[in-house]
Design a protein around this ligand. Structure first.
Ligand SMILES: [Zn+2]
Length: 469
């Protein structure tokens, strides 16, 4: 045998060996299933639990001999998902998103998502739900997913300003004619303001809830884009939503709602019903998770001089009058952008939402505003444009002013020394409306500032840094 053949055989062996070693250990770990990156606090048991696999199979798939040696950042192959690749990432479900729509966007099939997240087939996704998906590195395409209605893809393409062939390509369709009714179709969005819309029935075009994780004592904003002059009704948990069109964009309907501080952290249904001018109605429902506001607990001792605070015959009617006043919806929005602080004080003596127990009783009340420590006589300014709807003395709240800013948003000012405004007066942001005092049941000069949205008191501080809408 000459040296040429010898070398050629050696080369062949080398190639065989290379091919064999590529096909074994490291490469197999890459291709035999999706990978989970170990996070702080994870144990092999918790990982096995969350993916519904046994600890044994997890150990075997990853050659783990000592389960206590799990390192943060370590990549583990999750067995039982052969054919699924990528790193497992978590996505938080937004309003309007459905399982088939998200599967489409993730480039995964719905069955994989069901198994990865241990969902039952009847589960519908709730807003704020953490959803595990295999991230193959391409990122989630921005855009929206709609469910094919009875009209052809060409009509959908026309409505969304896309070519039917471009849509076919993005959605792996052989031709625009092969899309079927009920199929989720991704509509790519190249604009900066990609809309989180999926699987919505007509006439809903897009929905957005912000924040997408509402908390107790927070305000939520619901933005709905709908076709063709619809009227919209909605309900979130126990609260009826009131919608008004955005003056700059009449196809955009906006509702604001405060989440009551005593709302149990749980899932609540959000229901929207759109009525088109011809009388046809379409409903959409999705559950939304409300999270705890983690407010502190406070014990108060009330002496005989403040016993009116505990007398339901005094406290009750006054509270009812205030609630009545702030529960009226005025369809004109008067404010624009951020609210400003009503007094120049950095000293919060009692924060919003604090749970209160009086004289050792149950924590069945809460502080519905912010107490700003401030010298008597300090000017109080209107935090935003509005109309005065109450101005006068009350037994508990002292000299009181309430301003209606429109769209169900109200602000209130208690314990003033002087009130400068009268009912019906229109005030501008920054205009002086009164002076800080200690009138009513108060132990020192301070401004109690409350804000309501949709009849519920919300944390006013959020409105200093976040513009609604
Ligand atoms: Zn207070």
């Amino acid at each position: 045998m000459n040296s040429f053949w010898k070398n050629r055989n050696r080369l062949g062996l080398l190639i065989l060996w290379l091919a064999a070693s590529l096909a074994t250990a490291p490469a197999r770990a890459q291709s035999s299933g999706p990978q989970y990156v170990v996070q702080e606090g994870d144990t092999l048991y918790s990982i096995a639990q969350s993916f519904g696999v046994s600890i044994d199979s997890l150990q075997q798939a990853n050659n783990i001999t000592d389960p206590s040696l799990l390192a943060i950042g370590q990549r583990l192959v999750i067995p039982g998902f052969e054919g699924v690749n990528g790193t497992l990432a978590t996505y938080r479900v937004r309003l309007g998103e459905t399982l088939p729509g998200l599967a489409k966007r993730f480039g995964a099939d719905a069955g994989t998502l069901i198994r990865l997240n241990r969902l039952t087939r009847s589960d519908s996704l709730y807003v704020g739900q953490p959803l595990i998906y295999p991230d193959t590195g391409g990122g989630i395409p921005s855009g929206r997913t709609v469910v094919m209605a009875n009209d052809p893809l060409i009509a959908l393409a026309a409505r969304s300003g896309q070519s039917p062939w471009a849509l076919s390509l993005v959605n792996d369709l052989q031709s625009p004619l092969s899309a079927f009714t009920g199929q989720p179709i991704v509509i790519p969005d190249d604009s900066d303001s990609a809309k989180p819309l999926t699987g919505l029935p007509q006439p809903f075009e897009s929905l957005a809830l912000s924040p997408d994780r509402p908390i107790q004592g927070g305000a939520v904003e619901l933005d709905v884009h709908a076709n063709g002059g619809v009227t919209l009704n909605g309900q979130f948990g126990p609260w009826l939503l009131r919608f008004s069109p955005d003056p700059n964009d009449p196809t955009r309907l906006i509702a604001l709602q405060g989440i009551h501080v005593f709302t149990e952290p749980a899932l609540y249904p959000l229901t929207l019903t759109a009525a088109t001018p011809d009388g046809a109605t379409t409903s959409f429902e999705q559950w939304v998770a409300v999270a705890s506001g983690d407010y502190p607990f406070q014990q108060l001792v009330v002496g005989p001089d403040q016993s009116a605070l505990l007398d339901p015959n005094i406290v009750g009617p006054e509270r009812e009058m205030v609630l009545q006043t702030v529960s009226t919806y005025t369809p004109t929005r008067q404010w624009d952008g951020l609210f400003v602080k009503p007094v120049p004080s950095e000293r919060i003596t009692t924060g919003f939402g604090w749970r209160r127990s009086y004289n050792g009783g149950p924590y069945d009340s809460y502080h519905d505003g912010i107490d700003y420590g401030s010298p008597g006589g300090t000017a109080i300014i209107a935090p935003a444009n509005g109309t005065v709807v109450f101005a006068g003395p009350l037994q508990v709240r002292g000299n009181t002013t309430i301003i209606d800013h429109g769209w169900g948003v109200y602000t209130g000012y208690w314990h003033q020394y002087q009130i400068y405004v009268t009912v019906g007066q229109v005030v501008k942001q920054g205009e002086a409306i009164g002076e800080v005092g200690s009138s009513g049941l108060s132990t020192g000069s301070h401004l109690h500032y409350t804000m309501w949205v949709g009849g519920n008191a919300v944390n006013p501080e959020e409105w200093f840094t976040t513009a609604f809408p």
